[in-house]
Ligand binder design. Structure first.
Ligand SMILES: [Zn+2]
Ligand SMILES: [Zn+2]
Length: 332
């Protein structure tokens, strides 16, 4: 079968003779239709995030159609259209037994620690392949996972309708956070050094924030994770407010204990989502949200032009994704 394979830093190739997945009794085989790209994929693509092997199949955001089921699978069937929850938690470590599977100590992630989704067919544990409630376009499958990340952060923050929120960073995760906040009834402002990204967020219904340094926002969502974004976030958060950190970077950021205590700030990190509820809720919401999600998706890129999709993911406004529909159709 075909797969899009990383052969070295910034070299993605379609390989025709990649080995078929070998599903276990509790797995399903999914003919992939769409795969979204995010910052994690860029780290893998650049070689800054080492892979267990080379060549390596990338990609963790996506879905397709079930074409085979393992012998022990009873609750999934061939032909179902599924979104893949690409963090296979162990269910037995301390965070998992507390229900906080997002903190799993033994998590397996396709494209990162196990082979990824940018292939004609992939084997996925059945419980992590979520049937969609209604037919959906390829582009929807490309953004279920990052939408779940954004929705979980908004839910964990406890944002109430009518609350003023600032989203710092309008990359794809920032745009999805804007959408999730708008769906929660919040008033959403957005800031990003890049005007074209802010324009995309405005089209979704967010307002461009005035960089006046006023401490106005009860909630700030830092989706960039850079020292500059942290500066902006901690300047803009209201006294007693919350900074939710979704974006991740290696550089330390600063805030004095004096300021933290005096301004009574809460700083909370948010990583992915907890199985099963967060992903289930996103899958239930995603088909209805499809028209709004379309506003932040770039046109799908065919597999032969995967390198262009990675380049766009770095620079262009909106979310980049690879359209594998032609491969999926070949499977019929
Ligand atoms: Zn991602
Ligand atoms: Zn675990």
């Amino acid at each position: 079968m075909r797969a899009i394979v990383l052969t070295g830093p910034r070299r993605a190739e379609v390989i025709d003779s990649w080995a078929e997945p070998e599903p276990g009794p509790h797995d399903v085989v999914v003919a992939m239709r769409a795969v979204g790209l995010c910052g994690s994929d860029l780290g893998v693509y650049d070689g800054t995030r080492p892979t267990p092997a080379l060549p390596w199949v990338m990609g963790h955001e996506g879905g397709g159609r079930i074409v085979a089921t393992g012998s022990a699978v009873r609750d999934r069937r061939i032909g179902q259209h599924v979104a893949i929850e690409p963090n296979y938690c162990c269910f037995s470590c301390p965070p998992c037994t507390r229900g906080m599977t997002s903190g799993c100590e033994n998590r397996l992630s396709p494209g990162i620690t196990v082979p990824g989704l940018l292939a004609e067919r992939v084997a996925v544990p059945a419980r992590f392949a979520w049937p969609l409630p209604a037919p959906a376009g390829a582009e929807v499958l490309a953004c279920v996972e990052p939408f779940a990340v954004a929705r979980s952060a908004v839910q964990r923050a406890g944002v109430r309708p009518g609350t003023d929120c600032l989203v710092v960073g309008a990359g794809s995760q920032g745009l999805l956070t804007c959408l999730s906040l708008l769906a929660a009834g919040a008033r959403v402002s957005v800031t990003d050094p890049r005007a074209d990204r802010v324009t995309t967020a405005e089209r979704l219904g967010a307002r461009a924030a005035e960089p006046d340094g006023k401490r106005d926002f009860p909630f700030v969502f830092d989706t960039a994770g850079t020292p500059a974004a942290w500066e902006t976030s901690t300047r803009a958060v209201a006294t007693g407010g919350t900074v939710m950190v979704i974006g991740m970077g290696h550089e330390p950021v600063g805030l004095s204990t004096m300021e933290l205590a005096r301004r009574q700030l809460q700083v909370r990190g948010s990583l992915i989502y907890d199985h099963p509820d967060d992903f289930a809720a996103t899958v239930a919401a995603v088909v209805g949200a499809a028209p709004r999600l379309a506003g932040l998706l770039r046109p799908g890129v065919p597999p032969e032009e995967a390198e262009r999709a990675f380049a766009e993911a770095r620079t262009a406004p909106g979310k980049s994704w690879i359209d594998l529909s032609t491969w999926e159709e070949d499977h019929r």
